[in-house]
Design a protein around this ligand. Structure first.
Ligand SMILES: C[S@@+](CC[C@H](N)C(=O)[O-])C[C@H]1O[C@@H](n2cnc3c(N)ncnc32)[C@H](O)[C@@H]1O
Length: 336
């Protein structure tokens, strides 16, 4: 491995590592899946416990370098797959003790300016994490104005979505939009009268495009469903999320598929999902990074960690989760 890649790996702080380890409490010989390997922060700590087995996945091929190093160190205990959450089913391991998702981008990806995730870079608009069908460049240059607006509005929660979409279409008629800075200029012009001092004007549009390009909502929903299927009774699913759409999905899933699912009226009979719930009682507890962690790693400030414990009931497909977030799934399904 080059010095460059090792220093990238070292520069990445795993978010809420202590809290994650406390919740999963790895046991000797336990089986774990790390769905977002990144710099491998969680995987490495779990492997410190004797005889544990860890399967890690990540969609980013650049991450493979770090994973290969760990595979060499633990040939019998660690295995990496370059796949997406939606392909988790292809891994045959079952009866897992804990499965972890640490969503979003790693600092390794964000700090690599060539990937076009950051609006501070002057590079090609790309934003692909890996195993993608489209890049941000194709989205901003090919998608019609109406769909662009919907994506920016609903995936970025951007109030000025109409204006931004209109100006993107106007600008690309004159000249193809190729660089992150081209897009930043369009956004800044569109939001001139409505600048917020707190967040950069480009933040929300960039978030929306990144989510769309990587189909992050679809991936999350399919991922947590497959993960639930792979857990043993008493096994834990942990998710660290970074924005409100993700957190709503996780909260809904854990709440509505747990034994104490909140009912609209206490006089109504428990429905059958309640009795056969996929999860044990869910306490709706959210873990957040400590002040010390935020001081050390600013990017952790919006992180929220939730976890649920698998019940011993048989797995069934949580169709209500799909139905509830259908609008987001349809939005990400738009063809470019
Ligand atoms: C925040 S980082 C994880 C950091 C990791 N916990 C660590 O300690 O270094 C998220 C990682 O998940 C990967 N990822 C995001 N969405 C994914 C998906 N749908 N399928 C597979 N990997 C994904 C990203 O490529 C990135 O490397």
């Amino acid at each position: 491995m080059s010095n460059h890649t090792s220093s990238l790996e070292a520069s990445h702080f795993p978010v809420m590592l202590n809290e994650v380890l406390q919740i999963i409490a790895p046991i000797i010989g336990g089986k774990y899946i790390d769905c977002t390997f990144g710099g491998g922060g969680y995987s490495k700590e779990i492997l410190n416990i004797p005889q544990t087995k860890v399967i890690a996945i990540d969609r980013d091929k650049k991450i493979k370098l770090f994973a290969t190093k760990l595979e060499k160190k633990f040939p019998q205990r660690f295995k990496f797959f370059e796949i997406k959450f939606s392909q988790l089913e292809t891994i045959s391991t079952e009866n897992v003790d804990a499965i972890i998702f640490d969503l979003g981008l790693s600092s390794i990806q964000l700090d690599d300016l060539t990937r076009g995730f950051s609006f501070r870079s002057d590079r090609k608009l790309d934003m692909t994490m890996g195993l993608n069908q489209i890049s941000a460049l194709e989205v901003v240059n090919n998608l019609n104005e109406k769909d662009l607006k919907l994506i920016i509005k609903y995936l970025g929660d951007e109030k000025e979505a109409s204006k931004i979409a209109k100006n993107i279409v106007k600008q690309r008629k004159k000249k193809k939009i190729t660089k992150t800075t081209d897009l930043v200029k369009i956004i800044e012009r569109s939001k001139r009268l409505n600048f917020s001092k707190k967040i950069n004007p480009s933040t929300k549009t960039f978030q929306a495009l990144r989510i769309f390009v990587n189909k992050e909502i679809t991936e999350l929903i399919l991922g947590i469903i497959s993960a639930t299927k792979k857990l043993k009774p008493g096994g834990k699913i942990l998710v660290v999320s970074f924005h409100s759409i993700e957190d709503r999905i996780i909260k809904y899933f854990f709440n509505n598929y747990s034994k104490n699912k909140s009912r609209s009226s206490r006089y109504l009979p428990e429905d059958e999902n309640n009795e056969n719930a996929l999860f044990e009682e869910y306490r709706n507890r959210i873990f957040k990074p400590s002040k010390q962690e935020i001081d050390k790693n600013k990017r952790s400030r919006s992180a929220k960690l939730r976890f649920a414990v698998r019940s011993s009931n048989e797995f069934y497909y949580p169709q209500k989760l799909i139905d509830k977030f259908k609008n987001y799934l349809n939005l990400e399904g738009i063809n470019v």
